[in-house]
Design a protein. Structure first.
Length: 272
């Protein structure tokens, strides 16, 4: 259940985006389109490689795909692979980076999680650090349904898309493939990479919409985690996810207000 402060913050973001983005479509994940790195006009972020050898080609491919861009917007994303700065099991965040990890995180129901830490800066909400966790308990299960090239490539691409500010292109699991890893499809064979609309959206977020003032988090709000329930950052544990703020067919989004005034947004991609 949303608290008053959290609901007001997201409602403010949604209202501004609805007014300013009618041509891009209401279904293109606009409430979290407000989440972005402090970058203009290029998303220039280091991606820490904390994955095993089996996952390396899929992470490499996802980074290349996001860097390739739309033909008209080739400079929107510049993700730079580097050695990881954490252990795969803990997958702790590092300031200014996206840490990507895989491990057997347990039979907890999720294929992957993405977490983004948000802070106010000069009247803007910025992502300050992010993590991606890929759950080998399901994804690397011998003879398991998700132990498949299409799923591995899609999940990495999907979670990286969240870390740079994108939500979902579509949340209906059907055969109407949109050709984007931000679209839901099962199996995802035709949705393993970003598509033109993803890059169009990124260009809008980083080159147009966020050149001016936009909604900020509030250190005085009564949002999730206030008072006795205030949460400390504890990556990957469900107890730190906070309040459910959005839910789709297979993915849920949580938000928590942290003790240092930051907010933590967690996307959880559930197994079937």
């Amino acid at each position: 259940m949303k608290t008053a402060g959290s609901a007001a913050w997201f409602a403010g973001v949604a209202a501004v985006l609805f007014v300013l983005t009618p041509s891009l479509g209401a279904d293109h994940h606009w409430w979290n389109g407000s989440l972005h790195w402090p970058a203009f006009p290029v998303v220039d972020v280091t991606v820490g490689d904390n994955v095993s050898a089996d996952w390396t080609p899929f992470l490499d491919e996802a980074v290349l795909d996001w860097n390739a861009g739309h033909p008209d917007f080739t400079d929107v994303v510049e993700l730079m692979l580097a050695n990881g700065a954490t252990s795969p099991r803990n997958c702790r965040p590092a300031a200014g980076r996206i840490e990507v990890c895989n491990s057997g995180y347990g039979d907890n129901g999720w294929l992957g999680t993405t977490q983004a830490w948000l802070a106010n800066h000069d009247g803007h909400v910025h992502i300050t650090q992010a993590t991606v966790k890929l759950n080998d308990t399901y994804l690397d299960l011998p003879d398991g349904y998700y132990n498949d090239v299409a799923w591995w490539e899609t999940v990495v691409c999907h979670e990286l898309g969240h870390t740079i500010g994108l939500g979902h292109l579509d949340e209906t699991f059907d055969n109407d493939a949109l050709g984007s890893c931000m679209d839901y499809q099962d199996p995802p064979d035709e949705n393993m990479d970003p598509n033109a609309l993803d890059f169009d959206t990124l260009d809008f977020i980083y080159s147009e919409f966020f050149t001016g003032p936009h909604p900020t988090t509030s250190s005085t709000s009564s949002g999730p985690g206030k008072g006795k329930n205030k949460l400390q950052a504890n990556p990957g544990e469900a107890s730190s996810w906070g309040q459910l703020v959005a839910s789709g067919v297979r993915e849920s989004v949580f938000e928590a207000e942290l003790a240092d005034g930051q907010r933590l947004v967690t996307w959880v991609l559930w197994a079937n």
